[in-house]
Each structure stands twice: as C-alpha cells, then as structure tokens.
Write a protein that binds this ligand. Structure first.
Ligand SMILES: Nc1ncnc2c1ncn2[C@@H]1O[C@H](COP(=O)(O)OP(=O)(O)OP(=O)(O)O)[C@@H](O)[C@H]1O
Length: 754
C-alpha cells in the first residue's frame, strides 16, 4: 500500500455541514448509502437514528446470519424505546441505573445497549506501589570499571551519563571478555542488552590498537556483524555504537539496511568498516553481490531480537550469512602484521532476546554451538535453559500494567476518552505509543484523530519536515483545538524508509506531549527515551510480542504504564496469560469515559452532532460517536480508510498465534459492533453476501485458500493435539465461521500488517 494513496484530505473545513456533498470513491452502493445518510443529516437526530439503527439491525442479521430475536450480542429490530430500556440494564456504572440518556435529545447511537456482558469480576485491588525496578543499573556495583573494561570505554560511557552496569551487563560483559563460547542472552526489555554485547567487543578490539597507536584502522577488516530484525533497530544500534566509538576515530562502523541506496553501502564497505550493523536481507544481498565484503576477520556475529528475526521469515537470509561465515577461513593476523590474538580464537555467535519462542531454539540450533545461557538472575538462567515460558516472558517489575474490558462498539470513544484523560494533566504523560494490528488501521485512526491539514502546516522547511508532512500532525479531540498540545505520529512498515526514519526522529525529539500510532514494526528493541505509556488498542498477535510492545516503556529502571484493550467474552481469558508478565490491574471503561469526557468536547469538523452543556458522560460518548460517524459520511476518503481499516483489522484478527486463538476467536466477533469502532454504521460491503457470491464464483485455487483460512481460523488443525478435546463448532457456528473465513481470504492483498 502506498501511503500517499491513503492520505488525501477531503475535508469540509470548519464551515457548516453542506447539504450537497459530492461523494466519490467506493462502490456505487456505498456512494448511494453515504448520500442518503448525508440527506438524512438534516432530519431530527432521534428519528434518523432509529431508522439507521433499524436498517442496520436488519442488515446485520443477514450479514452475520443471526435469526430474529438475537439479542444477547446483536442488536435486534426492536425500536429505540426498547433500546433505552436496555440501556438502563447494561453497562452502567453503579449509581447510573436510570440511564444517563433519559431526557436527552441526542440519544441516538445505542452505544450502551446490547453490549455483551463482562464475564469476569475483579476483586478490589490494593493500591499499586511501584516495586524496585528490575532492569535498572545496579547500585551494588561501583562502576563499569569494576567489570575490567578499558578505562577509555568507561570514560566514553560517563560522557553518555552511564556509570553502573545493569544486571545483564554484569553477567554478559565478563563472560564475553574472557570466553570464546557462544552465548544466549535473555533479559527483560530495557535492561541494556545492547551495551552488554557492544562493550566487551569494543574492549577486545581496542586491545588490538595498543595504547592509541592506531595500529588498526577502517580497512583492517570487519570484526563484528550485528543483525537486527528491523531497519529502525539496526539504525538505533548503529547510533549507540557510533557514540561509543567516537573517542576512537580510527574505528568505523556502518549500517546496511533495506530501503537505503545499495550503491552507497557498497562504497562504504569498499572504504572499509570495522563494525557492521545490518538487517538480514540486506546482509545476505551484500554477501552475494559485494566483493569488498571480506568476512575473514569477523569474530562476532550478534543476532539481536532472535525470535523476531525468525518471525519475520529471515531464516534463509540468516542461514546464508551463517554459512558464509563458516566457510571463510579465520585470519589470525592482519596484512599489516598485527596479531588478532586479543580477539576470540573462534567465531562467537551471541543470540539476544527478551523472550524465547520455539523459533529461537531453531535459530540457536542453526547458529550456536555449546552456547552458555546468560540471564540477569540465576533462576532465570535455569528457566531459560529449561525453556520455562513464564520466566522468559517477564516484564520489568516496575512496569504498571492494566487491562480494560471494552465492548466493541465503545472502543473508539473509550480510546479518545482515555487519551483525553492521560494528556489532560500537564507533564503527566509526555510520550505514549498506541499499538494497532495493521497499517490500514493505523492510517485510519491517525487521519481521524488529527486536526485536518495540520500535518501540512507550516510549509515544510527541512527534508525531515517534508518527510513527516503526512505522518506528523496536531491531535484533535484529545486536547483543546485552540492550543493543540499533543503531536500525533503514525508509523508502519508500508511507509518509505526516509518517512519512517524522520517520523521516529520527530517522535523521539518532540518536546510537546506526543503520541505514536503504530504497528508491531515499533515493538522490538526501539529505545525511545521517556515513553511513559503504551496502549495496546489491538492486542498483540503473540504473547512474546506483547512483552516487547509494553517494554517500550519502563526502560533502564524508569517507571511506565501499559494498558491493553480487550473485548468482553473470550478475550477476557487472555488476562490469565497476561499474568505471566505481571498481574494487570482492571480499569473500568465506565470510569475511563467518565474521567476522559468530563472536560469539554471539541470537534475539528462541524457536523450536526454537537456537545451540549450539562450532558453526562454517556451522552457525551453518544454525541462523540455520532459526530465521528457523521464525519465519515461527509468525507468519502476517510470513509474509505475506515472501511479498509475495518477489513484489515478483521483479517489481522485471524492471525493470532494458534495457541492464543482460543482467546481471539474470530467467530465471536460481532462485525457490526466492530464496525462501530471504525465510525461505520454497517460492516463494509463485500463482507457477507457479496463475499458468499465471490466465494462461489472463485477459482478452485481460492476455494483451497478459503478452506485453508477456515482451518486456520477455527484452530482445529489436525496436527494440533492440544485441541483434540475441544468441541466441534455447531452447525450455525460452522456456517458463520466459513463465511468469515471466506471474507478473510477475499482481497488478501489489502491486508497490510506493518
Ligand atoms: N548501565 C546502564 N545505565 C543506565 N542506562 C542504561 C544502561 N545500560 C543501558 N542503558 C539504557 O537503557 C536503555 C535500554 O537499553 P537497550 O536498548 O540496550 O535495552 P534492551 O535490553 O536491548 O531492550 P529491548 O529488549 O527492549 O531491546 C537505553 O536507553 C540505554 O541507553
């Protein structure tokens, strides 16, 4: 997906709602529906809402195959009176029994009715007291010098305000200084694994150059290759390395990553480098095509974020690099006659990760020989060796985790309310990251939450400003429009590399409170100072990814908060799993709405839905939702983005790991409710009947793919013995499952995980 195509602005400006709006894009049915809805916009809201809702309910029953009378999770065809009655029964905070909607002229979208009930009850928790951090520098160690690393390096570290090692550094540095054995390094996120492997490498390389007599230089050869799964992580590691070697100008490092000019990289490799930081694909490419890449001096191969390297399908590229290194004969001396004795007498491979998945074992088997397990604590070491999943999935103890169970219909307004409340206290939250499942979803939420056109103003002055004109903007809804303090960023893998780099730089350097909406492309290794909050709006596809996502905060002993949004129902089961990383506290969506919507609501675009004085928070939530829905109806580009976001989200939902799909069961999703969280009044066309037609017409091939998708989505794979005691889905459930699977398989090209 080219990002430009998604970012056209079709704003109506700040003026009143225009009765004549020309709709473009989408199918003729979509345009007709949007036109009809826009016309209805001039009628009294209550009446219109009733009609919309009834039409929607009738259609939803067709789409989802629910028969009449299905009430527990789906809206029925009954009227607004019944809805209001139900509103009093469902989802209200204590003391709100009467229904805050009563008496309002704008009770319209039935946001609070027909929501599935939360199954879990939570005990009142004692107030959170932040425990001692587990990834902080150790107070018991005097300084880095006590680990016997070169005083020149200790000075360089002091210039970076680093005095004492962390627990993993205390473990890894002495090992790598004295041993030539391979190692598996496992430690919590933000515990300083990067310095843990860089410092001993540099110490030993500096021994080659004696006391600064420059016996080695840039064309003495490559001593270490560090492989990172993403371009951002490779660049970040390279930046840290550059800082460390700044006092030693005869040493040179470079980063070779996808998305950059290969020609320029070749030229740098020809000139000579001592440390190479690379993404696997680009490294394999240079091994094949760049003669100047001489591997004879390489003594260390570091595989950072090992499980992610395997997740992203880099196995073949890694094999190529590992084999190329194995085949090259190790040089013992440099052409200048300098002996390489201070370096390890064999090639050392170090595999690093905060989590350990099965695929890491495979990578270990491919790359390591008699590896030593190194973890921060002795117990963790044993656990890592015994592959104790609980132990390798711990988050830093000081990271405060919460979960919030929100019905699908209320997700968007709850997110906005939550953001409003966290950014309301000046200085409380400076940087927050929201993780979403896929690029289309990120794009939609960014476009919806920004002040229209604010990304293009003021005109781009520098190259960075040009690159961020479509990824950085001022946030609407969250703070006051008059002084929009929060700066919104978006990042995913479908953006061009210069845009990704500039956006991250902007987020990292931003002095105002800032928010990054992103995919898992930002979940690994990224070290962005002062991230106080991580929101998992869409839960991660695997528990390991969850650990890495939340690990973007609470780094190196700092505090941090993480919140995960879950749906009532099967997703509640995920909370048990979350406990492996620390017990999350429950947060009620009612209290989030109440707190967040207490302050004034301001809309960046005018629609007929307007906040009124004296509205309570339920009414405000309804008004906000209605406004967002209306906004899409008058803005065909954003409407299209909402549809794409919705479709990609549903497809992405089916890609949770097999073990976790029991909590993220696609058959349990109410498409109409999920659509509401995209500001859509209906699930987009093409899902349901259209898809059935498509599937019937489809080629044999696509039939096979659909069946495969159904198999994946059911979690009923034959080879999954753990599932053998699970019940067969009932006939209607099976039918619904097949329909949803077909929906998933259609238009797979739109599925765009970053
Ligand atoms: N000894 C130390 N004292 C203070 N800060 C440190 C120390 N070591 C590392 N840091 C800082 O801690 C942060 C996290 O370091 P690093 O990125 O290496 O962590 P990590 O263990 O690789 O995390 P992740 O698993 O998330 O990739 C960085 O900002 C780094 O500068």
């Amino acid at each position: 997906m080219a990002d430009d195509g998604m970012l056209m602005n079709f704003e109506l400006g700040g003026g009143p709602l225009k009765p004549q709006v020309k709709f473009t894009g989408g199918s003729w049915r979509d345009r007709k529906r949007a036109q009809k809805s826009a016309k209805l916009g001039s009628r009294p809201t209550v009446e219109r809402a009733g009609q919309d809702e009834d039409q929607r309910s009738a259609k939803r029953q067709r789409v989802d195959g629910h028969g009449p009378g299905r009430n527990a999770e789906g809206d029925s065809e009954r009227g607004a009176d019944f809805a209001r009655k139900k509103t009093a029964e469902h989802g209200h905070a204590p003391g709100q029994k009467k229904g805050p909607g009563s008496g309002s002229r704008q009770v319209v979208s039935r946001l609070f009715s027909f929501n599935p009930e939360q199954k879990t009850t939570f005990e009142d928790e004692p107030e959170w007291k932040e425990p001692e951090p587990t990834n902080a520098p150790l107070l018991t160690v005097a300084n880095f010098g006590s680990l016997t690393i070169s005083s020149r390096l200790v000075d360089a570290l002091a210039k970076m305000n680093l005095e004492r090692p962390t627990a993993i550094q205390q473990k890894v540095i002495p090992h790598m200084l004295s041993s030539s054995s391979d190692a598996f390094v496992q430690a919590e996120t933000g515990s300083g694994k990067t310095f843990a492997y860089l410092l001993p490498i540099l110490h030993r390389v500096l021994q080659l150059s004696g006391s600064g007599d420059r016996r080695i230089h840039r064309d003495s050869g490559i001593f270490a290759i560090i492989v990172a799964p993403t371009r951002e992580l490779a660049k970040q590691t390279h930046t840290v390395l550059e800082q460390l070697i700044r006092p030693f100008p005869w040493l040179v490092s470079t980063a070779i990553t996808g998305g950059e000019s290969k020609k320029a990289e070749k030229a740098r490799l020809r000139k000579g480098v001592n440390f190479l930081v690379a993404t696997p694909g680009r490294l394999a490419d240079h091994i094949d095509n760049t003669k100047a890449l001489n591997l004879g001096t390489v003594r260390w191969l570091i595989l950072d974020e090992g499980d992610r390297l395997m997740d992203l399908g880099f196995e073949e590229d890694l094999k190529k690099a590992i084999n190329a290194l194995k085949q090259v004969q190790l040089s013992k001396t440099l052409s200048s006659g300098v002996s390489l004795d201070p370096l390890p007498d064999r090639r050392v491979t170090v595999l690093c990760s905060a989590t350990m998945k099965m695929n890491v074992q495979k990578l270990g088997e491919m790359s390591l020989a008699d590896a030593t397990f190194l973890a921060a604590e002795k117990g963790d070491e044993t656990a890592a060796e015994q592959k104790d999943e609980q132990a390798v999935h711990k988050a830093p103890a000081q990271l405060h985790q919460s979960h919030i169970i929100v019905p699908a219909k209320l997700r968007l307004v709850t997110l906005i309310a939550y953001l409003k409340s966290v950014f309301s206290r000046r200085g409380q939250t400076m940087k927050a990251i929201i993780f979403m499942s896929c690029a289309d979803t990120v794009d939609f939420h960014y476009e919806l939450l920004k002040i229209p056109d604010s990304g293009d103003v003021p005109p781009p002055a520098s190259k960075d400003a040009e690159n961020t004109s479509k990824t950085v903007a001022k946030a609407a809804y969250i703070t006051s429009l008059a002084s929009p303090e929060v700066v919104l960023h978006r990042m995913h893998g479908s953006l061009s590399q210069p845009v990704r780099t500039a956006t991250l730089r902007s987020f990292s350097a931003c002095k105002s409170p800032s928010l990054l909406i992103t995919t898992d492309v930002s979940s690994r290794g990224l070290d962005i100072p002062s991230v106080d909050l991580v929101i998992e709006y869409d839960p991660a596809f695997s528990f390991a990814d969850h650990i890495h996502r939340i690990g973007r905060t609470a780094r190196a002993g700092r505090s941090g908060d993480a919140v995960i949004f879950l749906l009532p129902g099967t997703e509640e089961g995920y909370i048990e799993l979350l406990k492996a990383s620390g017990t999350p506290s429950p947060l009620s969506y009612e209290s989030v709405l109440q707190k967040g919507l207490m302050s004034k609501l301001e809309f960046p675009v005018e629609t007929t839905a307007k906040p009124e004085d004296g509205q309570n928070y339920h009414q405000k939530a309804e008004t906000l939702q209605l406004h967002l829905e209306q906004r899409l109806l008058i803005d065909s580009k954003r409407l299209e983005m909402a549809r794409n976001g919705f479709k990609s989200h549903i497809r992405a939902y089916a890609t949770h790991t097999r073990e976790e799909r029991v909590h993220f069961d696609i058959t349990q999703l109410h498409l109409g409710h999920v659509a509401k969280a995209y500001g859509l009044r209906d699930p987009p066309g093409g899902i349901g009947a259209g898809i059935d037609r498509k599937a019937q017409k489809g080629s044999k091939d696509s039939g096979k793919r659909a069946a495969k998708g159904a198999k994946a989505a059911t979690k009923k794979d034959d080879d999954d013995s753990d599932d053998s005691d699970k019940q067969e889905p009932t006939k209607p459930a099976r039918a619904m499952l097949m329909r949803k699977s077909r929906m998933l398989m259609s238009g797979a090209s739109e599925f765009n995980i970053g």
